[in-house]
Design a binder for this molecule. Structure first.
Ligand SMILES: [Zn+2]
Length: 119
């Protein structure tokens, strides 16, 4: 059971100033209007970052997400010599599934595997 409190950035509305990338979604709470807090009312901090997280870690992406799955992504265009495929190459090789500890909703994140050199 996660304790929550009203997001102070958006006052619980879930919306904040508009930008072209994400519209009016509040970055303090990912649009949920609430943030996860400890029993003492302090905002819960993530235990890891998206880049380094393992299953069971928590990461911050607006709200806190518990990492429940990490899977390698197979790029269907890998090895292609077609210039369009090379330019549009998948810019990540791992998919991380996180569960929002407030809403229980799942979200997908993408990252490079830390074993692989980023070019
Ligand atoms: Zn908010």
């Amino acid at each position: 059971m996660t304790t929550t409190k009203t997001c102070t950035r958006c006052n619980g509305t879930g919306t904040y100033s508009f930008n072209l990338k994400d519209g009016t979604v509040c970055y303090g709470c990912s649009g949920s209007g609430v943030v996860a807090v400890t029993s003492k009312g302090k905002k819960i901090k993530a235990t890891s970052t998206l880049r380094n997280a393992q299953i069971g870690d928590t990461i911050e992406a607006g709200n806190i997400y518990e990492v429940i799955s990490i899977a390698d992504v197979v790029d269907p265009k890998a090895g292609s010599t077609d210039i369009a495929d090379i330019l549009n190459h998948t810019p990540y090789n791992q998919q991380v599934i996180g569960k929002n500890i407030v809403s229980g909703k799942y979200a997908k994140f993408y990252r490079y595997s830390s074993q692989q050199e980023v070019k």
